[in-house]
Design a protein around this ligand. Structure first.
Ligand code: KG4
Ligand code: ZN
Length: 335
């Protein structure tokens, strides 16, 4: 009988504590504890995040094992997010993974958070075919990646300042919405029309920029509020629809250029912002025009989760790519 490969994965790079169990070719469990404490601060407060991770990690890991109906003694490896992320947050997951791997006498597998976002596209069938281009859009990163195989990633373009998720979150802060504002703007945008337009950045190549958009929105709101003090309240849905459309247009224009330059028509989306319903709809329309095959992960695998860490770890396990116990978090882990 073939031996099982069973991996417990832990994700703690930002504000969500997550654990998942992967066995052979399928996900057995996927548990996440979201942190609500940051909502009123307009962004993640690192010190609060690491304290919450410490409270959450044991119950989350126990729940993942229980949901999977797997005993610790059945595990073959412990995977963890090594970076990039917040130091205090990463430290909780890394220390926990190291301790558990050491006590069970099994290998450790370190995972790059952004590689894992891309590999979320492999958790469920159909998976994209190599080579493919992945637009990874999250709270901290905006990247166009050429994926040659499960372990080989080429960065073709990235943001030179703010990430797409930050553009959503910072707009939300200006509009008085809670953090993370992306999902709220998504919902409001569906009830509005993109009647306001914002200048798009001119960035050479396949890189992105979103900080100019943030300033444009700030000045736009300042000017309109002078004329109409109730402007935000009266036009909230239309403002959200307009900002969302601008962000989507910027992202998809670059993706189209990347596809033209590489000749690759196999396309994937990843990262928290890929949960955006407007982006998911727009990429399918573009796929129609450009004859692309598009892969978009299930919503639960777009935002931070441990299933994607487990998926990435499984491919590394097959290659025997393990880490040693002296590993430590890498806040700006090289891509
Ligand atoms: O990948 P992720 O969960 O965490 C990071 O690695 O950063 O991404 C979080 C980002 C936040 O900026 C959040 O506002 C955004 O993803 N986000 C969305 C949506 N859901 C999450 N943005 C737009 N529309 C959504 N539905
Ligand atoms: Zn992420």
């Amino acid at each position: 009988m073939k031996k099982n490969i069973t991996i417990l994965a832990i994700e703690s790079s930002c504000d969500d504590t997550a654990a998942a169990v992967w066995q052979n070719d399928r996900l057995l469990s996927n548990v996440i504890a979201n942190q609500k404490v940051h909502a009123r601060y307009g962004g993640v407060v690192p010190e609060l995040a690491s304290r919450k991770h410490m409270q959450n990690i044991l119950p989350v890991v126990m729940a993942a094992l229980e949901d999977a109906n797997v005993e610790k003694s059945e595990l073959n490896a412990i995977a963890f997010t090594r970076g990039p992320g917040l130091l205090g947050s990463l430290l909780v997951g890394v220390s926990f993974a190291k301790t558990l791997a050491f006590s069970l006498g099994i290998p450790l597998i370190e995972v790059h958070h952004m590689h894992a976002h891309v590999l979320a596209n492999f958790i469920e069938e159909p998976a994209p075919k190599f080579p493919f281009l992945c637009l990874t859009v999250s709270g901290g990163h905006t990247q166009i990646v050429k994926v040659n195989n499960h372990l080989n990633f080429e960065l073709l373009g990235q943001t030179i300042d703010d990430a797409a998720g930050e553009a959503f979150d910072k707009t939300g802060k200006m509009l008085g919405l809670e953090y993370p504002a992306g999902p709220i703007i998504d919902r409001l945008a569906a009830e509005g029309e993109p009647v306001f337009s914002f200048t798009k950045p001119q960035v050479p190549g396949l890189d992105f920029s979103f900080s100019g958009l943030k300033t444009a929105i700030l000045y736009f709101l300042r000017d309109r509020l002078k004329e109409e003090p109730d402007f935000v309240k009266q036009h909230l849905e239309d403002i959200c629809a307009s900002v969302q459309k601008t962000i989507i247009d910027i992202l998809l224009e670059k993706l189209r250029t990347a596809s033209e330059q590489t000749g690759i028509k196999e396309i994937a989306l990843a990262g928290g912002v890929s949960a955006n319903s407007g982006l998911r709809k727009a990429i399918l329309e573009m796929a129609n025009d450009e004859s692309w095959t598009v892969s978009v992960p299930k919503l639960a695998y777009c935002t931070d989760n441990a299933a994607m860490i487990a998926m990435a770890a499984y491919f590394k396990f097959l290659e025997g790519d393990f880490s040693t116990l002296d590993t430590s978090p890498d806040v700006r882990m090289a891509f």
